[in-house]
Write a protein that binds this ligand. Sequence first.
Ligand SMILES: *Cc1c(COP(=O)(O)O)cnc(C)c1O
Length: 247
Amino acid sequence: MYISLTFRTKRDSFSPLTLAMIAENIKILEEKIRLKCSYCNRDRSDIKLIAVSKTQPAQIIVEALDSGINNLGENKAQELRDKAELINGNFVWHFIGHLQTNKVKYVIKSAEYIHSVDSIKLADEINSKAKQIDKCQKILLEINTSDETTKYGLKEEKDILELADYCMNLSNVKLAGLMTMAPFTENEKVIRSSFAELRNTKEKLNSFGFNLAELSMGMTNDYEIAIEEGSTMLRIGTAIFGERKYN
Ligand SMILES: *Cc1c(COP(=O)(O)O)cnc(C)c1O
């Protein structure tokens, strides 16, 4: 892995203990993921572990990359752009947050996947920016599987079908799958049914001839349920980096 040299030297500003903790967190998380995979007869290699590095400084992210992480997720467009300029290496960026059309330009170069497409307007803008740099942008449709009105994402089946169909006709966009966030609750049944709904929606689309492979679901508090329900992309921040500090 190549990481720019300017960065390597800056790593000294973090205590060895902080860095060791991240390596340890990843090791523990990986063991739990493997255990859950074997419990439900799934292949570990069918699931991408995306380390959600939002708010984390580059030096901390480098430690995660050195500890075996090869997918990173950010939810703010400029933050992804800035970090992508700073950190180089053999890993993949995912944009997982809500994306305004005027900010597509910040993520188009570096994001391998954009998880949060929920309108024709946004799909069009992604297609046009991708075309400019001769790229085929992989996207996921964000689905609202909870009853919380504050969440982004598509809810109605006809809207989902319409947007999926629309994306198939865009030259520089590849629709790879679906993404959701479970409702904020401790009720396991509610979380599970939200993930099951995403899987059922994918299967329904595939029965209509779409060829979607990815289910982006599962965060720190619910990733084990997500694995049981078929997740192929886990988006995990806190379990890797600890509680986020916002300032
Ligand atoms: C922050 C974030 C995550 C990770 O959340 P954790 O609970 O820290 O694992 C996952 N997905 C999205 C869209 C996020 O914004």
